[in-house]
Ligand binder design. Sequence first.
Ligand code: UDP
Length: 478
Amino acid sequence: MEEKAGRRVVLVPVPAQGHINPMMQLGIALHLKGFSITVALTELNHLTSPWEDFPDFQFVTIMGGLSESEFKKLGPVEFLIKLNDMCESSFKDCLGQLLQQKQGNDIACVIYDEYMHFAEAAAKDFNFPSVIFSTTNATAFVCRFLLGRFKENWFLALLKGTSGFSVSDLHKSLNSCRAVSMVLFFIEPGEQDKLVPEFHPLRYKDLPTSAFAPLESSLKLYTNVVNKGTASAVIINTASCLESSSLSRLEQDLQAPVYPIGPLHKAASASCSLLEEDRSCIEWLNKQKPSSVIYISLGSLALMEHKEVVEMAWGLANSNQPFLWVIRPGSIPGSEWTESLPEEFGRIVSERGHIVKWAPQKEVLSHSAVGCFWSHCGWNSTLESIGEGVPLICRPFSGDQRVNARYLDRIWRVGIQLEGELERGDVEKALRRLMADEEGVVMKKRALCLKEGVEASVRHGGSSHNSLNEFVDFIKGL
Ligand code: UDP
């Protein structure tokens, strides 16, 4: 433990698995540095099992948040917009109550998820310093910065084809080629495959727009996300060896210090699964040959169309490789669980497959039997796969997943992105490239190099390790 034990940090996570995991890892990392930790949860995160594993943390509830059924009804983007509208005053109540207790006397700062910007306004009211925690990567953040600038009415009108603006008007008002290209992307279908200037290797279609909401809503959310307000700094769950130029660019865009301290799961392990993990898959993996298994999981929110699931299933079957498939109940619209899978596929599963509702993913990825990861490329899954040197089949669904998939395929070259309509023949071919061909062997070597790089960054003297120490010094000085 280091000096100043007892100074308190208040953490405000988004109530979703992919955001809670890194926030709790951050909590542990800061606790190890001597800080006391308070976690402010919205009512959506029932105070049940995972929190019992954090006996040293204090948990408080931000009352009046939205329920699970509202989350399902609104979808993640609209939900976050509403949550931010509703939670500011109840979070102020939380901070007020903390101040009345002993624990509130020494609050060093409030660290909030980039999507919980109401926390910044509340912290400001109490004169507490605030810090943004980005649970996605720097490149996606920079892209959101770009997208967030376009919420003005004229831009939305242009999208809908109802404005009198022309591209030369835009040149005048924006004076930026990049911005004009952005607009073209939305008005000319063919533009979507083109590279975004200065954003190599991202194409317009890789920009992190949401599959869950209309563009206007995503832009509204992004505008708030990139507006740091009075936040003093940004910490981000990435490593400089993964995206150093995006990190510099982010620092420039935000005009604030940016601390890349990830991958946090390599620095601080935290077990906080909101769903019950089915450990039968570990026993099943124990019986498989080394590097033989295809692990498939699309995270906690992505959905799969019935038609796509069928093509995936036959592609997997025809690849002749063993597979472990996480199918979240409700992730195939119209199905409770696996009933929409082809009946004959059941025989293949019993021969060489295993299907579960939720897996202990980090343990699965570190298992020697796993040879590749078919992923939606959420940032946590991406980091967890990189952290174990497991190459990926990338099939992004929404938002920053597209950015991550493109980087996995084109920059880090440890993944194969499957694009367009999914077809069983393409699935089988991609799996063979990765699992049986020389290309897969080379990719595995690169994946192991990347793993070494990120592991080195969190070790003593590594870039993320140093960055965390610098951040600790920074908040001690606030
Ligand atoms: N996860 C898990 N078990 C599963 C599937 C996912 O524990 O069966 C975890 C995974 O390890 C990761 C998180 O859920 O930490 C998903 O986060 P990610 O950013 O990859 O995707 P999201 O769910 O936010 O789309």
